[in-house]
Design a protein. Sequence first.
Length: 135
Amino acid sequence: LRRLLRLTGEDTMLSTELRDAALAFSHALREAPAVAEYVAASTALAEDPSAQQVMVALQGPQASYLRTQQAGLTPSQEQVDQLRRSQAAVRANEVLMNHLRATNTVKKFLPVAAREVSAALGADYASLIAPPSSC
């Protein structure tokens, strides 16, 4: 968090007390099982070139299939078969499946944490941190 604040130039906006509280909150989040599992799964994926290659291999067939559908056409049997083979390779890769499960779990957990922050603030935290919108 400190590094992020320095990089964004927003470190000067926080008092020492608020910065310490934000760091304590981030440490507590990292200890939550959902976040810890996500961090571990992300690290495992980052350290597994084979799993990364399987994901990259899925992107081509997936993009081709979607482009065909978006053009209002029916994907060819070869496109369907290629996409299914790529999806099967993803499902067969334990590292990828662990990462997908951990991602889904942390995405369920973090909104709960954000609701607690919102309750403590008395305002919708997510809308307050969302990028500014233009009229």
